[in-house]
Design a protein around this ligand. Structure first.
Ligand SMILES: [Zn+2]
Length: 242
């Protein structure tokens, strides 16, 4: 392949000093072109953090709810793209195999999937950074983050699109939290998959059933009335202190 120059639209993205550039790879996805640059940089070992432990409940309406009360809603742009994705999937299933219209829908679908993936990653990047990195001073960053375990069996057997999308987000969230925790000196803990983070009362430990539509946890034992997701996040936080 001939070596030539490439004009980039972005400016200021490429690392210049401090890092050693190893290689660059050009690739294409859904009609767009990308250059990925491999760099080598020494990251200093982070100082131990002394901040509070944060339990994080991941959901659909709210992407993440933290035990300290912070909430990160699912961005509207992403919800809209996911709606469009569902519509295109239905459209595709009605179109005749081998037809031109079907091919057009396939192209649209690939682009939309790509856009959804980018939006999802971007919003997750913002949330995981907000949870782990943004606290000042640095030593006040969370000592640990506690998350629910991922149901891997469910992930593999689930064919419903909405659920599949939510699971993709969950896996990406964990991935980001883990590597950022490494950068910032926090620990990551997981609840085991049978931990009743939703059913348990975060004040008294009583357990009761909760329907999916119930957004508020009202404890029958101690009378605590609390947002369902916040209660779950607080239960996760408490797992850190056995
Ligand atoms: Zn209670």
């Amino acid at each position: 392949m001939p070596v030539d120059r490439l004009k980039l639209k972005e400016r200021g993205y490429l690392p210049t000093q401090e890092v050693h550039i190893l290689s660059a790879t050009v690739s294409e996805r859904a009609g767009r072109w990308f250059v990925s640059v491999q760099v080598e940089e020494e990251i200093k070992k982070p100082a131990p953090t002394q901040g509070k432990v944060v339990g994080v409940d991941l959901g659909v309406a709210n992407l993440a709810t933290c035990s300290d009360g912070r909430r990160y809603p699912n961005p509207r742009a992403l919800q809209q793209v996911e709606k469009r994705l569902r519509r295109l999937h239905r459209q595709l299933s009605r179109q005749q195999k081998g037809s031109q219209n079907r091919e057009k829908t396939r192209t649209k679908l690939a682009r939309t999937h790509f856009r959804a993936a980018n939006l999802r990653k971007d919003s997750l990047q913002k949330v995981t950074s907000a949870i782990l990195a943004k606290t000042k001073p640095a030593r006040k960053r969370p000592r640990a983050v506690v998350l629910e375990d991922l149901n891997v069996e469910g992930l593999l057997s689930n064919h419903r699109l909405a659920q599949a999308l939510a699971d993709v987000g969950l896996a990406e969230f964990r991935f980001q939290i883990e590597y950022k925790a490494g950068w910032y000196g926090s620990q990551v803990r997981y609840a085991d998959r049978f931990f009743p983070s939703t059913k348990r009362c975060s004040r008294c430990g009583h357990q009761q059933e909760l329907r999916l539509a119930e957004r508020v946890y009202s404890c029958e034992h101690c009378g605590l009335v609390i947002d369902r997701d916040l209660n779950a996040a607080m239960n996760l936080e408490q797992l850190f202190y056995p």
